[in-house]
Ligand binder design. Sequence first.
Ligand SMILES: Cc1cc2nc3c(=O)[nH]c(=O)nc-3n(C[C@H](O)[C@H](O)[C@H](O)COP(=O)(O)OP(=O)(O)OC[C@H]3O[C@@H](n4cnc5c(N)ncnc54)[C@H](O)[C@@H]3O)c2cc1C
Length: 346
Amino acid sequence: MMSVELYRRLRDETGRDPGWKGVGSLRVASGPARLRELQDRERWARRFGLDVGLISAREARERFPLMTDASLEGALWLPSDGHVDPAGLATALTDGARARGAKVLTGARIVAITVGGGRVRGVVVDSGPIACEVVVNAAGIWAAEVGRMVGIGIPVVPIAHQYLVTGPIDGVWRDVPVLRDPDRLVYFREEVGGLVVGGFERRPVAWGLDGIPADFTHRLLPPDWERFAPLMEGAVARIPALATAKAIRLVNGPEAYTPDGEFILGEATKVGGFFVAAGFCAHGIAGAGGVGKVIAAWILDGHPPMDLRRMDVGRFGPAGREPARAAADAIRVYATYYDLREVTAR
Ligand SMILES: Cc1cc2nc3c(=O)[nH]c(=O)nc-3n(C[C@H](O)[C@H](O)[C@H](O)COP(=O)(O)OP(=O)(O)OC[C@H]3O[C@@H](n4cnc5c(N)ncnc54)[C@H](O)[C@@H]3O)c2cc1C
């Protein structure tokens, strides 16, 4: 909710368009058990003031006509949802920060963090030292590496995540909603008249467990078509037009997963001023607005603005979690991401 609120106003505030498209989203039920789960989700979301509604299969197809009605039981419609251009968002956020006095250093690698008296005192970048009182470790798949600089174990596990980008498809228009079909493990959104088709496969693979290569910056992994094939099968079953769509590219990138599927946030108890905002489990873009807001408040006020204990950086103990166990747990989190689950108001 906080992210949507921020992304909506960024263009006016910064003069940069982050490419926010508030197209809404549909989460479809391909069976009665899923429909019951969606009913629970609807009740849960409404308690938090979210405008969501369960709609019929017919209404869902009116919003996304390319999907078949095969085993379609209904859908949860979230009108405030949407998608944003990640590069446009990063540019708008940095421009906004600069306009408020922030200095942005690009291409500067932190090689050490200075600690004294139990607190952060500064960082050392390749061009020299910089004194500071607070460091936010938002280093994505490198967060564990940066944590080790101050002796903090941060169990992020890079897991390869893929999506396919298709060429234009008749019947896909600019404002078509985001579509998620958890029973088929796939999600869809519009891109340049075609679809982005992604998903959470049952046999994911971790990557870089022995260390991330030093030159792995702004890079992707080679596409793994074999691993993507079962997802594509599910995608075509829901949207038959995909069978004849042109595949433009299969994007494969490592994403930071955690052993319990929750973000890793907050100040390390052992090192004052060392904050972590990492382990976003393929929700870093969706969550960035909210995470930025709560971490900023936490730094200023000395405590989180809400109960974030289930995401606390200290929950795995001071050493983090034994790497092999962390990897096995994170893989399980990824592989079961779309499983049916009990929806509780945590
Ligand atoms: C294929 C794919 C699809 C995805 N789809 C979605 C989606 O639909 N929705 C969604 O919300 N999320 C999605 N994600 C996840 C999302 O991209 C990430 O969660 C998000 O980009 C993480 O942002 P971050 O800032 O934490 O990490 P990153 O974007 O990885 O940034 C970390 C930065 O830290 C820098 N860094 C590392 N070490 C150091 C150091 N020592 N010194 C200085 N800098 C350092 C790195 O260079 C990097 O710039 C997807 C991910 C993938 C791979």
